[in-house]
Ligand binder design. Structure first.
Ligand SMILES: CC(C)(COP(=O)(O)OP(=O)(O)OC[C@H]1O[C@@H](n2cnc3c(N)ncnc32)[C@H](O)[C@@H]1OP(=O)(O)O)[C@@H](O)C(=O)NCCC(=O)NCCS
Length: 242
């Protein structure tokens, strides 16, 4: 069972193992290994149905019981302000919608962002309008509780989603729209490698004023330049020749 999970990620997520390595140094690898193994088993059982595993967060499929997280992203006044949602979303309707996710051909692919340390669903991230002809999609991310903001979770979820888009879905371009007043979002996206491509002036109305939105984008080539260890799909046109 342990072999079915990537050991380096689980070990990296374990502060106790890191501390042990620092304390004992390289001569006590056996002790460190035992503690890593112990933490590793705990990490496995704490992660439920993981799809993509990072250092401090993992992404998993959205389940009907995650409806309160989805609803919070749309309802909580401090969260929805940067999403510009203007209609409340009930938990019941949210649960019903979740049941229809992941149908074959669906162009909306959401994940729950889970905090490993707290074993808690902390938000939703998604690719929207996934276009398998142009190999393009629109990205979104939302950490649903303000007390979790500014801790690097949104940035890490963004990087995991870019890996999903380029390495797994074979996307060519990922883009997003972000309100120019959303400083944390813009910073998290630039840290992940997105480029500011333009400005949609007065694109949406909010609190009695029209607001500008940045268009930010990333191409597969730009992502690969930042992540050289990642695997591109290579077409070997000569493979059939002797
Ligand atoms: C936007 C959001 C996803 C960012 O996630 P997060 O976990 O808070 O972001 P991170 O901690 O990974 O990174 C935020 C960055 O912005 C910086 N930052 C945060 N608040 C800031 C502010 N008021 N001014 C300047 N920089 C700020 C942080 O220092 C960090 O940059 P650094 O790593 O270079 O120091 C999250 O705040 C959120 O979900 N907000 C509500 C919904 C939303 O706005 N979604 C995006 C819609 S486009």
């Amino acid at each position: 069972m342990i072999g079915a999970f990537p050991a380096p990620d689980a070990a990296r997520s374990c502060p106790r193992a890191k501390g042990c390595q620092e304390y004992f140094g390289y001569h006590s690898l056996t002790v460190a290994f035992m503690i890593i193994a112990d933490e590793f088993v705990i990490s496995i059982f704490q992660m439920r149905n993981p799809f993509l595993i990072g250092d401090r967060v993992y992404l998993r499929a959205v389940e009907p019981e995650d409806a309160p997280i989805v609803a919070a992203c749309n309802n909580d006044p401090s969260v929805r302000v940067s999403f510009f949602t203007h209609t409340p979303l009930s938990v019941a309707l949210s649960a019903k919608r979740i049941e229809s996710y992941y149908q074959p051909g669906a162009d909306y692919i959401p994940f729950v962002i889970c905090l490993m340390e707290l074993d808690e669903g902390a938000g939703i991230t998604a690719l929207h309008r996934v276009d398998l002809v142009s190999h393009a999609a629109v990205f979104s991310v939302c950490i649903s509780k303000p007390e979790h903001w500014g801790k690097g979770y949104g940035g890490e979820a963004t990087r995991l989603m870019l890996k999903y888009a380029f390495d797994i879905l074979n996307m060519h371009r990922i883009q997003l729209h972000v309100w120019t007043g959303n400083t944390a979002g813009i910073r998290a996206y630039e840290n992940a490698g997105f480029t500011r491509e333009g400005c949609l002036r007065e694109a949406m109305a909010h609190d009695g004023r029209y607001c500008d939105f940045l268009v930010m984008g990333m191409l597969e080539s730009e992502w690969r330049a930042r992540n050289p260890a990642s695997s591109a799909i290579v077409v070997d046109r000569d493979a059939h020749r002797e």
